[in-house]
Design a binder for this molecule. Structure first.
Ligand SMILES: Cc1cc2nc3c(=O)[nH]c(=O)nc-3n(C[C@H](O)[C@H](O)[C@H](O)COP(=O)(O)OP(=O)(O)OC[C@H]3O[C@@H](n4cnc5c(N)ncnc54)[C@H](O)[C@@H]3O)c2cc1C
Length: 362
C-alpha cells in the first residue's frame, strides 16, 4: 500500500459500509460496492500509454505509417463504400486511399464529428449544415455518455501529502434505486480539482485534497456531439446534458453526501484542517453547489453506439450501418459508460477490432 492518506480514504469508506478488496480488478468488479488500491500500467518506473505499448516499437514497419499533426477531415465514400479519408496536414489537403477498408478510431468526440462531416448522420442535421447526405444514421453524435464528476475539497494539515497527485485508491458503491452494479465511483486526489465556477467562489487552499465522487448518468441525461461548422479544424459542439434527469440530481446529492461522510470521517481526521467545499461554497443549497461543481470525468463514450435499433451506428462487427468498408473502433461504440474508467474498455474494443479484421482477412 502506498501513502497513508489512501489507507485512511479506504478506512473512511469502510466505515460507511464499503468493503475493502485486495484488488480493484477481479472480484470487486462483480460486487455492488467495494474499495481497493489501484493497479497501474507501470514499466521501468514509467506509466505506460497504449501508444507506447502497441505502436511505438512498430513505427518502422512497412505496413504502418504514422502521420503526426494530421487531421482527418472526412471519410470519402461513393456508391455506398468507404474509399479512403481526406486529411489536412500543415494546412494542405491530403488523400489516403483504402485498399481494403477504413477504421475510424478518433474517440467519442472525434469519430462522430468526422462521420457527420462525411455526410453520415441525421439527414435533417446534415441538410441544415449543407452537407450532402451519404447515409442517414440518426444515432451519430447522440447518446453521449460519461461519468459526472462532483469534486469536494478539504484543506489539509501539514502532514506530508503524496506525490504524484493522482489517486492510488478507488471505491465503488451502488445506488439503492438502481441495484445491480455500482453507479458511483470515487477517487481521492491530493491536489485541488475544481470547476472554474466553483474556483471563482473561494480561494484555493495551498495544501488540500479533493474527493472526486462520480456517477453514471441516467438515459435522460445523455448528451450530443454536433458540428459547430463544416471546417475540419473547428472543434465540434459538445452538449453534455449533465443533470438533465431530475433523478440524476438526487443521485448527485447522495454522491456528495457520501464524499462528505468519508472526507469528515475519523480515519481522515489527521489529514483534515477543514472542509472547503461544499462547506465554504457561496451556493445556498447543496444542489446549487452541485450545479457549479459538476464536471466531466473525461470518460466520454456512446456517440457511435453498437446495437440493432434505429439509433445504433455500428453492428457487432464494428461496421457502420449502410456503408461498406467502414468501421469504428473506439469508446464511441460503447452503448453506455462502464462502471469504472474507460481506457481499458477502449483497449478491449481495439483488441476486438484487430481480432475481427485478422479473422476476416486471414
Ligand atoms: C485528461 C484525461 C484523463 C484520463 N484518465 C484516465 C485514467 O486515468 N484511466 C482511464 O481508464 N481512462 C482515463 N481517461 C479516459 C481514456 O483516456 C479514454 O476513455 C480513452 O482514451 C478513449 O479511447 P479512444 O480510442 O476512444 O479515444 P482517444 O484515446 O481519445 O483517441 C482518439 C485519438 O484520435 C485523435 N483525433 C480525434 N479527432 C481526430 C481527427 N479528426 N483527425 C486526427 N486525429 C483525431 C485524438 O487526438 C486522439 O489521439 C482519461 C481521459 C482524459 C481526457
Amino acid at each position: 500500500m502506498g501513502h497513508p492518506l489512501f489507507t485512511a480514504f479506504l478506512d473512511g469508506a469502510e466505515a460507511t459500509g464499503i468493503p475493502r478488496f485486495g484488488s480493484a480488478n477481479g472480484v470487486l468488479m462483480e460486487a455492488n460496492s467495494g474499495g481497493a488500491v489501484r493497479e497501474e500500467n507501470i514499466h521501468d518506473g514509467v506509466r505506460q500509454t497504449p501508444f507506447r505499448r502497441y505502436v511505438a516499437d512498430r513505427v518502422g514497419q512497412p505496413n504502418l505509417t504514422v502521420l503526426p499533426h494530421t487531421t482527418v477531415s472526412r471519410v470519402l465514400a461513393s456508391a455506398g463504400r468507404a474509399r479512403g479519408v481526406e486529411l489536412v496536414r500543415d494546412g494542405q489537403p491530403l488523400l489516403a486511399r483504402a485498399s481494403q477498408e477504413v477504421v475510424l478510431s478518433l474517440g467519442a468526440i472525434g469519430t462522430p464529428a468526422v462521420l457527420l462531416r462525411s455526410g453520415i448522420g441525421d439527414e435533417d442535421e446534415l441538410r441544415y449544415l449543407g452537407i450532402p447526405v451519404v447515409q442517414h444514421l440518426p444515432g451519430v453524435g447522440r447518446n453521449l455518455d460519461d461519468h459526472i464528476r462532483l469534486p469536494c475539497m478539504w484543506e489539509a494539515t501539514d502532514v506530508p501529502l503524496p506525490v504524484p497527485t493522482r489517486s492510488q485508491a478507488v471505491c465503488f458503491w451502488e445506488d439503492e434505486t438502481r441495484p445491480g452494479a455500482p453507479e458511483f465511483v470515487m477517487y481521492l486526489s491530493p491536489a485541488p480539482s475544481v470547476s472554474p465556477e466553483s474556483a471563482a467562489q473561494y480561494p484555493l487552499p495551498e495544501r488540500c485534497f479533493t474527493l472526486m465522487p462520480a456517477m453514471r448518468p441516467r438515459g435522460g441525461s445523455r448528451g450530443r456531439v454536433r458540428l459547430a461548422s463544416t471546417d475540419p479544424m473547428a472543434g465540434p459542439r459538445i452538449e453534455t446534458n449533465f443533470l438533465a434527469d431530475p433523478d440524476d440530481v438526487r443521485s448527485a446529492l447522495s454522491a456528495v453526501a457520501m464524499a462528505r461522510e468519508i472526507g469528515n470521517s475519523a480515519a481522515l481526521r489527521p489529514f483534515v484542517e477543514r472542509e472547503v467545499s461544499p462547506a465554504s461554497s457561496v451556493a445556498d443549497t447543496v444542489e446549487e453547489f452541485v450545479r457549479d461543481a459538476v464536471e466531466t470525468f473525461w470518460h466520454q463514450c456512446g456517440t457511435s453506439r453498437m446495437g440493432r435499433d434505429e439509433g445504433a451506428v455500428v453492428d457487432a462487427r464494428l461496421k457502420v450501418y449502410g456503408i461498406e468498408g467502414l468501421r469504428v473502433a473506439d469508446a464511441s461504440v460503447l452503448p453506455h459508460v462502464t462502471v469504472a474508467n474507460t481506457m481499458a474498455p477502449s483497449m478491449v474494443v481495439g483488441e476486438r477490432a484487430a481480432e475481427i479484421l485478422a479473422a476476416e482477412r486471414g
